[in-house]
Design a protein around this ligand. Sequence first.
Ligand code: NAP
Ligand code: FE
Length: 357
Amino acid sequence: MLLYMPTKVYSEKDCVKNHAKEFASFGKKAMVVTGKHSARKSGALQDIEDVLQQENISHVLFDKIEENPSIETVMRARDIGIQQKVDFVIGIGGGSPLDAAKAIAMMIANPALTEEVLYEAAELANLPVICVPTTCGTGSEVTPYAILTIHKQRTKKSISHRIYPNMALLDAKYLKSMSREGLVNTAVDALAHLIESYLNTNANELNRIYSREGLCIWAEFKYRLKEDCLTEEDYVKMLHASMVAGMAITHTGTSLPHGLSYPITYELGVPHGKAVGMFLGGFVEGYRNKEEVTEVLSLLGFENASDFRTYMRELLGAVEVSEELMKENVKSLLANPAKLKNYPFEITEKELMEMGN
Ligand code: NAP
Ligand code: FE
């Protein structure tokens, strides 16, 4: 069993300002990578800009990361980073800007290489990365993964390289600008990471410490999330659950709900957490090791799998997916051993077709 979690994590109110002094150790010039609006709206960008100024670190802002970032956008940012000779990258936002920041940091550190290298097996260096999450879903601030959209293949895929952020700064105040829908979708992504990590070929007693912790926390706010009456404290819990969920999948990877979600997001534009969540109830209900299912459900505070499936359906609402798209989705999943390897049992086309909500 192996536990490896190298990212330095600060989690507290005002942590960006509290740890300003550490930024200088990463260099003299930063590239700040964000989405179009939320980094500003949440107040996180202002905090970072204040700290950079205070520490005499210059920066270039790339604020054009789209949801489900594409290879093309990563390469545009990389060109600017190389030209501006930046020393490190700061990602602010949801999983999209954080994932993009990792890929950009690697591509800047290897200026002679082209985009093909993103999906090739190679040991490559990357610039240091600092992550400031503003959603409570992906855990990307601690995971080594970066998921990019490949338009040529009409889907999304994790790049081949493992890029651990050097530092993650978690302040729940940045979640307050999120819409209810955004909070629900991202919290469900974190829940999916916890469950898919626990019910996983690579799960063991050591790495399950993360999923156990996260499932217990998720249990505490689950009804307030559904009833839309979250408290201040819940925001802290949601961010924490998301981070430990990231640590969980760092050790195990995700499983079928994530595998099935990518074409749904690409073809229908369904947000990541919702696209994953639509398969989560069915995944738990159909999972063959009933003892492990009972463990997960009891940590989460559900009586049985059917109650959990109902909760998920009510929380997310229905997602309409045509039979044709689902068939194609299932066929391509079954043809890809890499996507099945984290699921410890045989799975049939029929079972996969019935996994959706
Ligand atoms: P996201 O795609 O980063 O952002 C979704 C939307 O939420 C955007 O419109 C964004 O606005 C907005 N937003 C973010 N923070 C906000 C805030 N505090 N207030 C108001 N609006 C806010 O969402 P995400 O669900 O966090 O990330 C999804 C991506 O992460 C997917 O590409 C997924 O595949 C990937 N992912 C990565 C991992 C991993 O381990 N690396 C794991 C799971 C998923 P702006 O566009 O203006 O920023
Ligand atoms: Fe996810």
